[in-house]
Design a binder for this molecule. Structure first.
Ligand code: PYC
Length: 404
């Protein structure tokens, strides 16, 4: 009986840290776990430790609003996220874990002529890359999402939307646990409650990691620490152009299923979806002040409710159940930063703002390839840290979230 239980266990508590690993990954979120998974499955590299200062999925991976989509504005961003969506589509089978990915479509609402032009530009970029995404008018919005209010008697009447049929929502905790299960099976160690306190650096190269459970030597370090990226990179002497802000979200009490689409409005600065439990999940813009304080605010709740009720007046008597925040590592051009740094052997995966979770599988594939082969894959070449020194930014502000 004990054996059966152990076989079913997803996570095995590893022993003490070993003295050496080929790769140390800092951060047990979806990106760190995915990178470890593809290191093992694509490259046979399993002498890997994931160091997580809290529990796996305790940061952005467990706090995001679970949206998966590829309808970005830049060719670089759209091509990258297209592959992520395709990987997510196969991931339940691959991980042997039901991730409950529901692809019912994603709307980015337009409430002005200007916004319709921006959505049309996005649709054109998407079309060129083979991403299913096109602009529809308000009547078509209503046809596809009969519950939404398209009345003109509101502050922001809907004029149309960018419609992205493959967009969807997924169970974020299941993604974390699915990767963790397969990573553990491959023999990779996940050490929870182990915090990195410094690095062993000499001659422009990182040789090891100092932690609250002792020091380890290693060939490569990957920092996949989202909201804490600047702090970790600073310990390695690598400056990052990142500002930490919080994003807030809340869920209502469960109501009968009536919304199967994801609705985003840049002008109203909100987005919402209905979870598989029936809750309405509502979020807004990143807060306009830098902070590491995970404190929610009442003005956010009031603002988001006022706006969501314009779209779904049916929710007027629905109660809020839970409200939380997450740290967002915002880069100046709203695109991620991935890959090599000026410190040999020290790689970063950061600048994910509010759009990191949806990239987890393709981040894992590409960073695992970089670590294994030492060459930056073409797909992530535009996102290297270097771009802030060479003036080759990838400006994704027009489609990065609700942030424009
Ligand atoms: O990028 O889809 C997105 C998103 C939604 C909420 C926050 N970011």
């Amino acid at each position: 009986m004990k054996d059966i239980f152990l076989k079913k266990q997803i996570l095995k508590r590893p022993d003490e840290l070993k003295r050496h690993y080929d790769v140390v990954i800092i951060g047990g979120g979806s990106h760190g776990l995915a990178t470890a998974y593809y290191l093992a499955t694509h490259h046979g590299i399993t002498n890997v430790a994931i160091l997580e200062k809290s529990y796996i999925g305790s940061g952005a991976a467990g706090r995001n609003t679970t949206i998966i989509r590829a309808n970005y504005r830049t060719p670089e961003g759209a091509a990258f996220y297209k592959q992520s969506v395709e990987l997510y589509e196969r991931l339940s089978g691959e991980l042997d874990f039901n991730l409950m990915f529901s692809q019912h479509g994603h709307f980015t609402l337009a409430h002005s002529d200007r916004s319709l032009v921006v959505q049309q530009e996005r649709a054109e970029v998407n079309k060129l890359l083979g991403i299913d995404s096109y602009v529809i008018d308000a009547k078509e919005v209503k046809k596809l999402c009969p519950q939404i209010n398209i009345s003109t008697d509101v502050t922001w009447p809907i004029q149309g939307a960018l419609y992205h049929p493959p967009g969807g929502i997924i169970r974020h905790d299941a993604v974390v646990w699915g990767f963790a299960k397969q990573v553990t099976r491959a023999g990779i160690e996940i050490h929870q409650n182990v915090e990195v306190t410094g690095f062993d650096i000499s001659n422009g190269r990182v040789h090891g990691v100092k932690t609250t459970k002792g020091d380890v030597s290693c060939g490569v370090v990957l920092s996949a620490t989202a909201g804490w990226s600047s702090i970790v990179a600073k310990m390695a002497g690598v400056p990052l152009p990142i500002i930490g802000s919080i994003l807030q979200a809340f869920v209502t009490e469960p109501v009968k299923p009536f919304l199967d689409k994801i609705i985003v409005s840049a002008q109203m600065h909100i987005y919402c979806s209905q979870t598989d439990r029936g809750e309405f999940l509502i979020g807004a813009e990143v807060e306009p002040y830098p902070t590491y304080s995970n404190k929610g605010t009442f003005p956010f709740v009031e603002y988001a409710c006022r706006h969501v009720l314009e779209l779904f007046p049916q929710l007027h008597a629905t109660k809020i159940l839970r409200h939380w925040t997450g740290l967002c590592d915002m880069s100046p051009d709203y695109s991620p930063i991935m890959g090599l740094t000026e410190l040999d052997g020290f790689l970063v995966d950061c600048g994910w703002g509010t759009y990191g979770f949806k990239a987890a599988p393709i981040v894992g594939v590409t960073l695992a390839e970089l670590i294994a082969k030492g060459k930056t894959p073409a797909l992530i070449e535009p996102f290297k840290l270097d771009r802030f020194y060479t003036d080759t930014l990838v400006s994704e502000a027009a489609a990065a979230a609700v942030s424009h």
